[in-house]
Design a protein around this ligand. Sequence first.
Ligand code: SF4
Length: 56
Amino acid sequence: MDPPLPFPQSLCHRCAAPPRYVRSPTAVFILCPLLPIKYPPQPVVQCALFRPKQAL
Ligand code: SF4
């Protein structure tokens, strides 16, 4: 079974960027395609590049 997504409160999960989820056998990492640091400290609670994902 896949490990659950980390930091449910993170803005990244609701971001149009969109983030990529990089999975290891025991953890999921959130890769931001926009930030040079790629793996911002989580949970992200403020981000100048955040744009909300459109609701489907
Ligand atoms: S732009 Fe900001 S909120 Fe969006 S995925 Fe990257 S770090 Fe997360």
